[in-house]
Design a protein around this ligand. Structure first.
Ligand code: ATP
Ligand code: MG
Length: 696
């Protein structure tokens, strides 16, 4: 496994019996160390199923699985390659009973959480609920429970949020449900409070590898520590300069604590960048320069100087998008065999994608928006998933409410409200309450009848899903069920635009295919949770889906231009990268009105603002270092602020790249015009020559 590794990488790969930290800049082959080390560990005799490799996103996990497969072959299949969250699901399904969680618990998505919080806080305002959601999530990520959060609350708002957190937690327990943060927090609790579970996992895992270690949060670190125990057989790889999730609770303390908690820690530094040309790497090093150094690092490239980094100043966003399109077209026209997938357009915030999408569409350039709305976020897919969740966990009240009203089946709001009051009075779930013999005391017989009918139908479906195996039967079952509930009609009724309804229905059919393929055991890459390639019951398949974030993310090798946020681009690389919206106020993202009134990078700043600026700078560094061969950075002279257009400045980070004077300002549209003129002239010449030849 040492082929294609430099000496430092080999050192990290061959060190297998203790804790190892690989700390290095972008593109230095950290992720490569992880994939190769999986192979090395197997070669050294560790069973594949005793290796866990933890990645930051499902997409990164899918990619690593691919790479491991091509490196190691089928042996890689049993390695647990997944995110921290997927590992958490696995732990809770196996051992959550110790915390009073049944193995069929439900995983709530962000929308479910918002609506539970609205209910718990007695508000109909989604924005308020989302603020609570945000606060609660941060508390959970730093390991605080509701009481602790209240004790440390800084103001009344925080106190209120902490009290709502207490009610929220009660509800989750009653619904046998967990939110995304619980997928880390509860496994931690399990490992801390249940020695037998801890020992089991420590014995089970022979080596744990963690990619993007700089973006782990405090709870993830505790989980890692307890999983590896005192022997500390793990490999963490990371780059403090690429820590970009501080706003979500990630902490560089995890890097600082590692040598203290594991005195025998072996630290390996990698210094050669294999990704980018000299010009690109120099711009990156210059940008990150002003940030304080946690660990001094150097990074060099042997790929040659390459093309200079280009700065493009555009009049406004539309103009910027046109120039991006022109650059893609002219690069393709110039080069040999350049494919669409070699290009990426990266920006700070999701909403910036739209204008570039429009321009690419107009130019008929195929693209995908990565990190955009995922398949599973679509309303129609969530509708169906609500039914599955209800089969699996009858106590899942949010799923109950969605299923019972989608499509509407004559069970109205008042009925559901009364059922809810009744259920909470007797501390039952809605589903349980529905079958209670005394329900008749609060609801008219007709309503009770409809509820009973629904309950029996759900039970019947669940029974049949449990006994439906394989692709064909599963597909038939799902289609029959959709017909039963008249779901297609429901889509058309709810949508004025027929085209939209039709595309929703297509999604539903695609989803049925996808589910049945899994039931047939044809596919075994279910994000993070490996499924053996044997037939499964439809119910088993339904159990795993709550965790899958996308189908589309797996369509990796499409030959299309990528549009992505900087955050979602972490760890990835493209030959040609265009960083757009590198405009003060967008990147760095607005630092607050009083950030530095002088508008200058060296103006006075508070500590909090300074830290945010440093995180934005790391984000810029991540962006620059995604590029392999060419990089352009663009900004606009005007930008939107609310509804207004205001004059804008280039991002301070452009100056910080310290590019040489010669590098900038040529307009690719001019070049394209010249190229087109040249083509046109050639065509004319050819036609003229042909005409001359055929002339009598
Ligand atoms: P990031 O910080 O962006 O996550 P990284 O440190 O994880 O980057 P990799 O993605 O592992 O870096 O590697 C960057 C590129 O360099 C990849 O294309 C990889 O295949 C290549 N590479 C890494 N190490 C070597 C090597 N020893 N020889 C040749 N190519 C290498
Ligand atoms: Mg990497």
């Amino acid at each position: 496994m040492s082929a294609g590794l430099n000496l430092a990488q080999q050192e990290a790969v061959n060190y297998m019996h203790g804790p190892c930290l690989v700390l290095a800049g972008a593109g230095s082959g950290k992720t490569r160390v992880i994939t190769h080390k999986i192979g090395r560990l197997i070669e050294a005799g560790l069973e594949a199923k005793r290796i866990a490799a933890i990645t930051f996103t499902n997409k990164a996990a899918a990619e690593m699985r691919e790479r491991a497969k091509s490196l190691i072959g089928r042996g890689a299949r049993d390695v647990l390659i997944c995110t921290f969250h997927a590992l958490g699901v696995r732990m809770l399904r196996q051992d959550g009973a110790a915390l009073g969680l049944k193995s069929a618990f439900s995983i709530l998505d962000s929308d479910d959480v918002t609506s539970i919080l609205k209910d718990a806080g007695g508000t109909t305002d989604a924005a308020t609920a989302r603020q609570w959601q945000w606060a609660i999530s941060l508390w959970k990520n730093t390991g605080l429970n509701a009481a602790q959060a209240e004790a440390q609350a800084k103001d009344d708002n925080e106190k209120i949020a902490a009290r709502i957190m207490a009610r929220y937690e009660e509800r989750l327990a009653a619904y046998q449900s967990v939110d995304f943060d619980d997928l880390i927090g509860l496994p931690l609790k399990l490992l801390q409070q249940h020695p037998e579970v801890r020992e089991k996992w420590q014995a089970q895992l022979g080596h744990v590898l963690v990619d993007e270690y700089q973006d782990t949060n405090a709870t993830q670190y505790e989980v890692l520590k307890l999983l590896v125990g005192e022997r500390g057989r793990f490999t963490a790889v990371g780059d403090d300069d690429q820590s970009i999730y501080g706003w979500r609770g990630a902490t560089l303390d995890n890097l600082k604590r590692l040598p203290l908690d594991f005195p025998q820690l072996k630290v390996v530094k990698l210094e050669q960048n294999y990704r980018s040309t000299g010009a690109i790497l120099r711009a990156a090093n210059n940008v990150i320069g002003p940030n304080p150094k946690l660990f001094p690092k150097t990074l060099f490239s042997e790929l040659g100087e390459g093309e200079p980094v280009r700065v493009v100043d555009a009049d406004n966003e539309e103009h910027e998008a046109e120039r991006v399109v022109a650059r893609i077209q002219s690069t393709r026209a110039n080069g040999v065999g350049q494919e669409w997938k070699e290009f990426a357009v990266l920006y700070r915030a999701n909403h910036q994608a739209r204008i570039f999408e429009q321009a690419l569409r107009k130019a008929q350039i195929p693209y995908k928006v990565s990190g955009g709305q995922s398949f599973f976020d679509r309303a129609e897919i969530k509708d169906l998933c609500a039914w599955f969740r209800l089969w699996i966990n009858n106590d899942d009240d949010p799923a109950f409410l969605r299923a019972v009203t989608t499509p509407k089946r004559g069970i109205g709001h008042t009925t559901l409200q009364n059922l809810g009051t009744f259920a909470s009075k007797y501390r039952q779930s809605l589903f349980e309450a529905l079958f209670s013999s005394s329900l008749g005391s609060v609801l008219p017989a007709k309503a009770v009848g409809s509820l009973h009918e629904f309950g029996r139908y759900v039970n019947d479906l669940e029974f049949r899903a449990r006994h439906t195996h394989g692709a064909q039967d599963s597909r038939a079952f799902m289609l029959e069920w959709l017909k039963d509930i008249d779901y297609e009609k429901h889509l058309y009724d709810g949508e004025d635009n027929e085209k939209v309804a039709a595309s929703r229905w297509t999604n539903v059919l695609e989803f049925c295919d996808w589910m049945s393929q899994r039931a047939g055991g044809e596919i075994d890459d279910t994000a993070g949770v490996s499924i053996a390639s044997e037939k499964k019951s439809l119910l088993e398949v339904a159990q795993t889906i709550a965790l899958l974030s996308t189908i589309s993310e797996r369509e990796q090798d499409q030959n299309v231009v990528t549009l992505s946020t900087l955050h979602a681009a972490k760890g990835l690389e493209w030959p040609h990268v265009m960083l757009v919206g590198v405009t003060e106020g967008l990147l760095p993202f607005k630092l607050g009105d009083d950030a530095n009134p002088s508008g200058r990078a060296d103006g006075p700043m508070s500590e909090g603002i300074l830290q945010r600026l440093q995180e934005e700078r790391r984000l810029m560094y991540v962006g620059i270092t995604r590029a392999q061969r060419s990089l352009s950075v663009s900004w606009t002279k005007k930008r939107k602020k609310g509804r207004e257009m205001i004059a804008a400045q280039p991002s301070r980070f452009i100056a910080e790249m310290a590019l040489e004077k010669t590098t900038t300002r040529e307009d690719p549209r001019e070049k394209l015009k010249a190229l087109r003129a040249e083509f046109a002239q050639k065509a004319l010449d050819t036609a003229a020559a042909a005409a001359a030849a055929s002339a009598p």
